[in-house]
Design a protein around this ligand. Structure first.
Ligand code: HEM
Length: 75
């Protein structure tokens, strides 16, 4: 499985960078639980659980911090 799509963290805009952060987070879940049927089943639970959703936001924020650094978005 390709864990970094296109094998690069470089993105044209911060918005694209954040979309990549969401993608990377989802790929981590897929790598951890390769069974699509199991993910489908668990999706119902996390999609309606506020703590799960907040946890997801944190994972995405961590991925995005890395991507932003790679792109020098802070300058
Ligand atoms: C769908 C993000 C964790 C299973 C989605 C969608 C997003 C997303 C943005 C698309 C929603 C939509 O377009 O309707 C994330 C992020 C995660 C995460 C950022 C963690 C950091 C999980 C986990 C599971 C899961 C833990 C289950 C084990 C699914 C499934 C779908 C989905 C089955 C539906 C896919 C589809 O209908 O094509 N997720 N998710 N996700 N997620 Fe997650």
């Amino acid at each position: 499985m390709e864990l970094v799509p296109g094998n690069t963290l470089i993105t044209a805009t911060p918005d694209e960078g954040r979309a990549l952060a969401v993608k990377l987070a989802r790929l981590t879940v897929k790598a951890t639980q390769p069974d699509a049927e199991v993910r489908q089943r668990l999706r119902l639970a996390y999609a309606e659980d506020h703590h799960s959703l907040i946890a997801i936001a944190q994972v995405v924020a961590t991925e995005y911090a890395t991507i932003a650094a790679a792109n020098n978005h802070w300058r």
